[in-house]
Design a protein around this ligand. Structure first.
Ligand SMILES: Cc1cc2nc3c(=O)[nH]c(=O)nc-3n(C[C@H](O)[C@H](O)[C@H](O)COP(=O)(O)OP(=O)(O)OC[C@H]3O[C@@H](n4cnc5c(N)ncnc54)[C@H](O)[C@@H]3O)c2cc1C
Length: 486
């Protein structure tokens, strides 16, 4: 099934004021909770960012690091508390996918992970960063065969990246990685990591606010955007449209608007309703059995326990040293195939999906060796279970660049549940484009970034890409047909 327009697609709603309680929010930033840098919402700003997840925080960070933004007023609007969307509710897994979407994307994702890691090391960010190998387990013959084919292609096309991936099919080798012997095969990928994503993002935001660079306005949802032709021109440039963002606290105007709204994007940009579709995912923080030791890898499970291949499960383990939360929780997400509620097209994370949640409590002892006092059939104790909203992209690539027919408006989002190894440099890319445009040098800057290898071509927003994407089946249909793997 294909369709050609967006009008019959359901738009995302605004982030709900109430949401399920994520474990990652159990140690909220005292400084940022309820934070509004100024009591009143400024009436105008040179640059406005909407959204305070990994993308919004990266946008703010790269603006701060760019001379061209010096002296410009920057306001960030967030509907909820800071980092209370997907980034504050995700799996904490920062894994570049090396053989799924081609070498260009693989190289970009590796660069993203490096960008996150080097920031964390440079600033000593206390966010439980742990470098691991990503062990993706496949539970059906055709699924591992598919992976083997893709890895073969990768090794031919990009040998340097290809050598970072190993295939494991031997039962003894699988056992070393604590994978149950009934697994058909696994891939081991270098360069993955786990982290406490909320702590990483709030570190960035807190620093920028304290340095006086960012005016952060939490609990300030943007309900709509209107535009009027601007009456002023700068640097001999033609006048730009002036955008007014409407909020319950009053309006704020800007000529440069950066949207970091991911799954919620179509609540503000209706024309993206069929391109970035909200999808509700379920997460859990589980207590390991008492005799368990730290797992050696992060894990993905494809087609395990009769889950459809489009609904991977994903697992990282927190280190044992965390204080005051020392339990080395299994941070385990997925279970979409066991959902008791609809997931696709859903932008409400105020309810728990009890079917997916029950699956997550019982799946791990069946697929991994969790130590001497664990057996299949056990149910792990959940410290917390919650939901969050991802943004599935209809062509499986993020949307990064200028929003068509809205000069001065930029978007980075639509990561199909895979934003941790994408959001940072996608944020940097839109900063580069927006600042070039502010200097009157915006023409072709996205293309130039692609040519310089700074962003995959597939990510760049264009009218041509939108038209091409609208000829693909809808997100819902692709999911049913097995097109998405998250
Ligand atoms: C359950 C779950 C598990 C996941 N696991 C992983 C994983 O392990 N690894 C991985 O790579 N990815 C994972 N993801 C995906 C990843 O979390 C996202 O791709 C990434 O966090 C997107 O970051 P973002 O900053 O673009 O969006 P978000 O973090 O969602 O931030 C968008 C922000 O915009 C705000 N906002 C939206 N609309 C408005 C508005 N109108 N006005 C004001 N504010 C607004 C929202 O409140 C939100 O805070 C998971 C996602 C979920 C939900």
């Amino acid at each position: 099934m294909t369709d050609t327009g967006s009008t019959d697609h359901v738009r995302a709603t605004l982030p709900t004021p109430v949401s399920t309680a994520s474990f990652w929010h159990s140690e909220p930033s005292e400084f940022l909770f309820g934070h509004r840098t100024t009591d009143d919402l400024p009436a105008a700003a040179d640059i406005v960012i909407v959204g305070s997840g990994i993308t919004g925080a990266s946008i703010a960070r790269f603006l701060a690091e760019d001379e061209r933004a010096k002296g410009k007023s920057i306001v960030m609007l967030e509907a909820r508390e800071a980092c209370w969307g997907a980034t504050g509710r995700n799996g904490g897994h920062c894994q570049p996918l090396l053989f799924d979407r081609g070498p260009e994307v693989a190289a970009f994702e590796l660069k993203n992970v490096h960008a996150v890691q080097s920031y964390i090391e440079a600033h000593n960010v206390p966010c439980e960063w742990r470098s691991v190998s990503g062990c993706r387990t496949f539970w059906k013959e055709d699924l591992i065969q598919e992976a083997e084919e893709a890895i073969k292609e990768l090794k031919e096309a990009a040998p340097d990246i290809g050598k970072m991936v190993t295939i494991i099919k031997d039962a003894a080798e699988l056992a070393k990685h604590r994978v149950h012997p009934s697994c058909t095969g696994a891939t081991l990928t270098e360069g993955a990591a786990s982290l406490w994503p909320y702590k990483y993002v709030t570190f960035i935001l807190e620093k920028l606010v304290k340095e006086g660079i960012l005016n952060l306005q939490t609990t300030t949802p943007v309900t709509s955007i209107t535009s009027t032709p601007s009456t002023f021109a700068s640097n001999n440039n033609p006048p730009k449209p002036l955008y007014t963002l409407h909020t319950p606290r009053g309006p704020i105007s800007t000529t440069t608007l950066l949207l970091a709204t991911n799954g919620y994007t179509s609540s503000l940009l209706p024309s993206f309703a069929d391109l970035i579709v909200p999808v509700r995912g379920t997460m859990s923080a589980l207590l390991p059995p008492p005799a368990a030791t730290l797992l050696p890898n992060s894990y993905g499970m494809v087609g395990a326990l009769d889950q459809p291949k489009t609904a991977d499960d994903y697992l990282v383990q927190r280190p044992y040293s965390g204080v005051p939360n020392p339990a080395a929780h299994y941070m385990f997400g997925g279970g979409r195939g066991a959902s008791s509620l609809p997931c696709i097209g859903v932008s409400d994370d105020s309810v728990l999906d009890t079917g997916a949640a029950a699956y997550l409590r019982t799946a791990l002892p069946k697929v991994l060796d969790l130590g001497p006092d664990s057996k299949p059939g056990d149910e792990l104790e959940a410290v917390q279970q919650w939901t969050g909203i991802m943004g599935y992209s209809r062509d499986d690539h993020p949307w990064v660049g200028a929003v068509p027919d809205m000069p001065g408006v930029w978007l980075a989002g639509g990561y199909t549940g895979h934003g941790m190894p994408n959001g940072s440099l996608c944020g940097k890319a839109v900063v580069g484009m927006a600042l070039a445009a502010l200097e009157g040098k915006g023409e072709g800057v996205g293309e130039a970034m692609v040519d310089r290898g700074e962003m995959p071509r597939a990510y760049l927003i264009s009218k041509e890409r939108i038209e091409r994407t609208r000829r693909l089946p809808t997100v819902e249909v692709q999911d049913l047909q097995g097109g998405f793997r998250v």
